[in-house]
Design a protein around this ligand. Structure first.
Ligand code: NAD
Ligand code: FES
Length: 290
């Protein structure tokens, strides 16, 4: 069992939890994710890691309450436990594994959208601890939904906040903020974008135009998280990849976002899942079926 040591509501329906998981915390690297279950029969929920502390043996999770499974998770309190915390899963971010001297040569901008702000944090913190200070753009619908601002202030080179309704920081979406920064004279040669699929799609369209290589972290539907079931398939550069083992990070300019968004939408309804089954891509065809 994995005990919840801290619970905090960061914004309406966005919850942070510190969970005791010493073996996972020891092996985590930025970019990786976990799968949690509240009990033996519960849905498996993939979550990107927001922070980890090997010394304390804790991992920090941030999630949005959007359905039954996340509602059950959100109802857990400090002192309660998760039945499973499996991980770390997926491959770590290149920025955490590339030689740090190479990373230091880059001018890097991270783009964090909504709940996707949480998985950006461990990457920015990891780089800051190694002397690399990156620019960060956080985008949220409005002031109330901006999360982790103080935490980011402590580890970012420059932090830019932008809200869709202009209620806080700059006015507009993250794409407008990036375009404005470049117009104002900023030069970037590496971008990492994490947030809703539609945001990552439009960030990639913009960075392609601006000539900035861009990494995205995909969160498609996942079932087993080990490359076996095939549920998390995505097309990258015309090849089928499995986000849980080949990713979750990919070259954003090669990702077929329209296909990924269609799968995400279809998976939500019984009718849609029937359509994917008919197309032969609902599940199956994972690494063990190839
Ligand atoms: P949101 O809809 O509030 O969007 C966040 C920001 O993204 C916006 O403020 C805007 O700046 C930008 N954005 C949105 N649409 C855009 C567009 N068309 N063009 C340019 N920029 C755009 O985000 P939310 O409600 O917090 O998002 C929830 C989604 O994020 C869920 O679907 C969840 O699956 C996903 N998510 C992804 C990850 C990941 O690892 N990629 C992690 C957590 C959550
Ligand atoms: Fe990736 Fe099953 S979740 S193959």
């Amino acid at each position: 069992m994995y005990k919840i040591l801290k619970k905090k509501e960061l914004a309406k329906n966005i919850i942070l939890m510190d969970v005791e998981a010493p073996r996972v915390a020891k092996r985590c690297l930025p970019g990786q994710f976990l799968i949690v279950r509240t009990d033996e029969d519960a849905e498996r929920i993939p979550l990107t890691i927001c922070d980890y502390d090997a010394a304390k043996g804790t991992v920090t999770l941030v999630f949005q309450v959007i359905g039954a499974a996340t509602k059950i998770m959100g109802d857990l309190n400090e002192g309660d436990s998760f039945h499973d915390v499996v991980g770390p899963l997926g491959t770590p971010s290149d920025l955490a594994t590339d030689p740090i001297d190479e990373v230091k040569k880059k001018s890097i901008v991270f783009i964090a959208g909504g709940v996707g702000t949480a998985p950006v944090y461990p990457q920015v913190k990891y780089l800051h601890e190694r002397g690399v200070n990156v620019d960060v753009i956080i985008g949220a619908k409005n002031k109330e939904l901006v999360i982790l601002e103080e935490e980011f202030k402590a580890v970012s080179g420059n932090l830019y906040i932008t809200t869709d309704d202009g209620s806080y920081g700059r006015n507009g979406m993250v794409t407008k903020c990036l375009e404005d920064l470049v117009t104002e004279g900023k030069k970037y040669d590496h971008c990492v974008a994490i947030g809703p699929m539609i945001m990552m799609k439009f960030v990639c369209k913009l960075t392609e135009k601006l000539g900035i290589p861009t990494i995205v972290s995909l969160n498609p539907i996942m079932v087993d998280g080990t490359g076996m079931c095939g549920a998390c398939r995505v097309s990258v550069g015309g090849e089928t990849k499995f986000a849980c083992v080949d990713g979750p990070e990919f070259d954003g300019h090669k990702v077929n976002f329209d296909e990924a968004m269609r799968r995400q939408t279809l998976y939500k309804s019984r009718e849609g899942r029937a359509m994917l089954a008919l197309e032969g891509t609902l599940e199956g065809g994972g690494k063990c079926g190839q």
